[in-house]
Design a protein around this ligand. Structure first.
Ligand code: GDP
Length: 549
């Protein structure tokens, strides 16, 4: 090794010992590690805790109705009037067994939390309407639950409807490795009606049964630790967050840290709107006393005293600023490979694939699955058709996946979210190029790449038919710029309908080299006239880049 080279501890120890020196290891402990009690619990300190359940499924399949039914039927209504508070989660008693439900239906909230590292849910109830069947968000929900590694209980809802067809749904489910118990599989399926309440008792019993098998436990007698489910700024009471306690017991007066904020518990309110003095594992409580509004999914820790809490919060805020500048946690094909260089075991490259149509999605997934080798395993966490959505990005962020877009493009809002979540999105319009990139990335051989640089987007607001020239799109540049010699794509609802070149770019009557954000322009597309109002014109440049892998 040369003078300035760093060698690992073990090597240094061997050399030093040969030279007759004794080597000691200095372990650097951050203040967080010193102050936050992360000690493992002894088995005898653990006590059973309620399961935390999330309800997911396609829109209008009855998630909200189911959550409302369970709440109304099982919450002991409060004092006169029986006010129940919506604080983001609630707990019910089923035959003396508590169950905690996250009150925000859908997988977005769930995955947003997971993306921040909070694994709060133990069981997912997948709601599928018996008169509708498996829909895109049903599939997303299945994949999100699978990625989180939690058991799925299927509730076939709307059984009261005459057109309900549960058998068809069971059959559809098998395509997603959810095989009903009655057919020899392991998936619990409960036919229910969120309208009449039929089957819901059975569903809740199944939840309890599943929870029992998980042997969920926590130590209530230690400093509390939990995760933020929901947070808001209340006009009178200041920042308020619902925290789901995961370990320990939170008490009034406790000092805590939550993300870049510290605070002291001023008041605790439960899901029935009652003030409480403390809250133990699996209980959701509204906490008053935050210095700022934390984000959902942020971890919440009680620490010994106020000064220390503030120190951690300050150091986190500073780190976050650094991180914002460096954006280092991003998984890109590049970082994936550098990881490979140092790791010996099999690596998994997770991918989320979004394609324009089912046919190309199937072709891509199949082509990608064939690429897995002994050293690198390719795993398509989720595949779907249509535009890339926020939920795709959150899933990718949570599962450290790269998003592959095939003939689809993100909106500029989605780009922002991807940037914020540090998710790498790669776009392709030719399957073999996509497979080649992934393959060469896997082999560490990425040849000089033609990389696309996004320039900007314009919205088509009017169309004009000009004799001999064709259709001109009267457009407003909403982001970046549109350049005369740029490549362009025309997007309709996030799907690419045309890729080519600009044939004319005008600002008022004059030819323009480029038109920047906030201005209007007329755009003609080469050999393409089917432009419609509401379409998005996206401009890009293709640049050659040396391989960095
Ligand atoms: P979400 O979008 O999944 O939260 O679905 P909602 O709970 O809002 O329900 C969508 C629609 O389906 C509403 O009009 C409900 O009244 C209706 N609905 C929900 N569950 C049932 C059910 O079991 N039977 C019938 N007939 N209608 C239901």
């Amino acid at each position: 090794a040369s003078l300035s080279q760093i060698i690992d501890f073990d090597t240094a120890a061997i050399i030093a010992e040969e030279l007759g020196c004794k080597v000691e290891k200095e372990v650097i402990v951050t203040i967080e590690e010193k102050l936050i009690d992360t000690a493992e619990d002894k088995a005898e300190d653990l006590e059973p805790r309620a399961p935390v359940v999330v309800v997911m499924g396609h829109v209008d399949h009855g998630k909200t109705s189911l959550l409302d039914y369970i709440r109304n039927a099982n919450v002991v209504s409060g004092e006169a009037g029986g006010i129940t508070q919506h604080i983001g989660a609630y707990q019910v008693q089923v035959k003396g067994q508590p169950i905690t439900f996250l009150d925000t239906p859908g997988h977005e909230a769930f995955t947003a939390m997971r993306a921040r590292g909070a694994m709060v849910t133990d069981i997912a109830i997948l709601v599928v309407a018996a008169d509708d069947g498996i829909m895109p968000q049903t599939v997303e929900s299945i994949n999100h639950a699978k990625a989180a590694g939690i058991p799925i209980i299927v509730a076939i809802n709307k059984m009261d409807k005459p057109e309900a067809n549960p058998e068809r749904i069971k059959e559809q489910l098998t395509a997603y490795e959810l095989v009903p118990e009655e057919w020899g599989g392991e998936t619990i399926i409960c036919p229910i009606s969120a309208k009449t309440g039929e089957g819901i008792d059975n569903l809740l019993e199944m939840v309890n049964l599943t929870a029992e098998m998980q042997e969920l436990k926590a130590n209530p007698n230690r400093s509390a630790h939990g995760a933020v489910i929901e947070a808001r700024l209340d006009k009178g009471r200041g920042p308020i967050a619902t925290v789901l306690i995961q370990e320990g017991t939170l008490k009034q007066g406790d000092n805590f840290v939550c993300g870049p904020f510290s605070g002291r518990v001023r008041a605790l309110t439960n899901d029935q709107g009652k003030k409480v003095k403390e809250a133990g594992p699996s209980l959701p409580v509204e906490v008053q006393g935050f210095e700022g509004v934390p984000v959902a999914g942020e971890e919440f820790f009680v620490v010994a005293d106020e000064k220390l809490a503030r120190r951690i919060a300050d150091s986190r805020a500073a780190k976050q600023r650094e991180r914002d500048l460096a954006s280092e946690s991003r998984v890109t094909l590049e970082t994936f490979l550098s990881q490979r260089a140092s790791d010996q075991e099999t690596l998994t490259l997770n991918l989320v694939v979004k394609a324009d149509v089912q046919g190309s999605l199937e072709a891509i997934t199949e082509a990608l699955n064939k690429q897995s080798t002994d050293k690198v395993h390719l795993n398509v966490v989720h595949g779907g058709t249509g535009a890339i959505t926020e939920s795709d990005i959150l899933l990718a962020s949570a599962s450290k996946a790269i998003i592959i877009g095939f003939n689809v493009r993100p909106t500029s809002k989605i780009k922002d979210v991807a940037e914020h979540e540090n998710v790498d999105i790669r776009f392709y319009d030719i399957i073999y190029k996509l497979v080649d990139d992934i393959k060469s990335a896997m082999a560490g051989l990425l040849a000089p790449v033609q990389r696309e640089v996004y320039l900007g987007q314009a919205e088509v607001r009017e169309t004009f038919s000009v004799p001999k020239i064709g259709v001109i799109a009267g457009s407003y540049v909403a982001d970046g710029k549109i350049a005369r010699n740029a490549g362009v794509r025309l997007l309709r609802d996030g799907v690419v309908v045309y890729t080519g070149k600009i044939s004319s770019l005008k600002r008022f009557k004059d030819d323009a080299k480029e038109v920047v954000k906030g201005n209007e322009c007329g755009v003609g597309l080469e050999n393409f006239n089917d432009v419609k109002i509401g379409d998005i014109i996206e401009a890009f440049e293709t640049v050659e880049e040396a391989a960095t892998l």
